[in-house]
Design a protein around this ligand. Sequence first.
Ligand code: UDP
Length: 244
Amino acid sequence: MQTTFPTVTVLAIPFVNTTAATLLSHLQNRIDQHQNTFVVTANPEIVMYAHQHADYRRLIQRADYITPDGVGILDGAKILGQPLAERITGFDTLQALLSWGNAHHKSAYFVGAKPEVIDFLRDILPDRYPDLDIVGLRDGYFQNDQDVVADIEAQQPDMVFAALGFPKQERFIANYRHVTHGLWMGVGGSFDVLAGTVVRAPAFWQKHHLEWFYRTVKDPKRLKRIAVIPHYLKLVRQQAKQQK
Ligand code: UDP
């Protein structure tokens, strides 16, 4: 990572230790300067997947910024005695970049989610962000990367948001980020949230660090996501012991 921020390494993944606002202004500067940037927003499930898949681990270690997206990462950092400043979620970062992009006439490319979600975004995004230049909106169920990549290269967007779920979105970004001089970020299910097909937990649940609980009750498929937490915490405790 070529980050200028201090990091806290949780199971070999270096997380930026900064606030969302500071990171955001940093990303905005890099976009203004046409610097190629790869942002990973990682939760414990991603960390565990990286722990078990060395190729994926190496790939995300080469990102410019890895942010703690999930309270599990904050808990892990605390166990290590190196608390992180705050949670920086993919969805909040996406929204902030879209608002800023709208205010500064930047261009954005959206790739990912189901065709119906993309159709819906095609309707609502121009109203929500009238001055954002939306140069690409395509679903994440394509067969051939090359068509998509050629289009991104031709458009040269300031920002590419890939909502393909992990590990697909990070692999896609790592493979193709060199075709533009802009920012690339994997945003998981964020297009679904933007479109309103998935709702974020109300503020109360977010504030009390219970968003995971709310979303699991709403969507039991997410159970497998939180099922990794005990094993993850066990490995972090082992890391903490080794570091003593
Ligand atoms: N997805 C996609 N292409 C695929 C597989 C998944 O575009 O081949 C999309 C899927 O429609 C969803 C997102 O990737 O919008 C993954 O969302 P998930 O809820 O798994 O991500 P999270 O935000 O919870 O990490």
